[in-house]
Design a protein. Structure first.
Length: 278
């Protein structure tokens, strides 16, 4: 995750979605703008830490299976692509809305904005190479439909990308990011990288938990899932000049952890050892 502090007001740029077919691997990039425009908290990081390490969302059990069926995604159809993105978002809203109710936490849905060209947002300029991102200033997930994706869409990769972005919305809405922001504000460079890894790895784990609700075989095959995890293991860290997302094997491990458990409680990277979030 490339961090550009002054120019983009705490903008995080990342590329971590495998939109790969089983035959060939391709990478979909996304940008996360979690805190741009947010007010700096005056609380100490220690006062906020329990929001991240002991959040109520961890005690909600397995993610609710909402019988998500986003449907087919044929190549070359912008309308089908938009319909797929909208349906996956609706599934995410239902699944995570149920978890927030279990946790007795207030919940609000993110906005979804589907675009076919790069746009500027309240969080700053569109990041080079990005195909989607979450901006916390207006709590919006932006998804870019490119010609390349239209030619060869990969539903599993696209759904996983959206689930990762939605994972950042979960962090924002549950106030996990309240700790993250406060801690980052007083951290040095190496600690900021460590905090970034915990945030990104948790979002990846949350995405795995959601994807586990689709594992009945009708949405994607075991072979496709195994391929995607292996892609992250081998390539997940290659795009970044600094270790702000975690090593490829670490990304794959947290993705697998969420997928195997199906529970947000398995995704508590904030209480995990530094060794497991490298």
């Amino acid at each position: 995750m490339a961090l550009t502090m002054a120019v983009t007001s705490q903008v995080f740029v990342l590329a971590d979605a495998a939109t790969a077919s089983v035959a060939a691997g391709k990478q979909t990039q996304q940008a996360v703008h979690p805190l741009a425009g947010a007010a700096v908290s005056t609380q100490s990081a220690s006062a906020n830490k329990a929001l991240a390490t002991k959040n109520r969302i961890y005690r909600t059990g397995r993610l609710t299976d909402v019988n998500c069926s986003p449907g087919a995604l044929p190549s070359g159809s912008t309308s089908a692509y938009k319909r797929f993105l909208t349906r996956v978002t609706n599934c995410l809203n239902k699944a995570w809305g149920a978890q927030f109710r279990k946790a007795r936490l207030p919940f609000s849905k993110p906005r979804l904005r589907i675009i076919t060209r790069k746009v500027n947002t309240p969080c700053g300029r569109w990041s080079t190479g990005a195909d989607g991102y979450y901006c916390s200033s207006n709590r919006t997930m932006y998804m870019l439909i490119t010609k390349k994706q239209l030619r060869q869409p990969f539903p599993l990769g696209i759904a996983r990308l959206m689930a990762h972005e939605y994972g950042h919305h979960v962090q924002q809405t549950s106030k996990i990011w309240s700790y993250y922001w406060t801690a980052r504000n007083s951290a040095g460079r190496s600690q900021r990288l460590a905090l970034s890894r915990r945030s990104e790895l948790q979002a990846e784990c949350f995405s795995g938990a959601f994807m586990s609700t689709l594992r009945d075989g009708s949405q994607f095959s075991d072979q496709q899932w195994d391929y995607t995890v292996d892609w992250f293991r081998k390539n997940g860290a290659k795009a970044w000049p600094q270790n702000d997302h975690g090593r490829g094997p670490t990304q794959a491990a947290w993705m697998t952890r969420g997928y195997n458990s199906g529970a947000p409680g398995s995704c508590n990277t904030w209480a995990a050892s530094a060794r497991s979030t490298t």
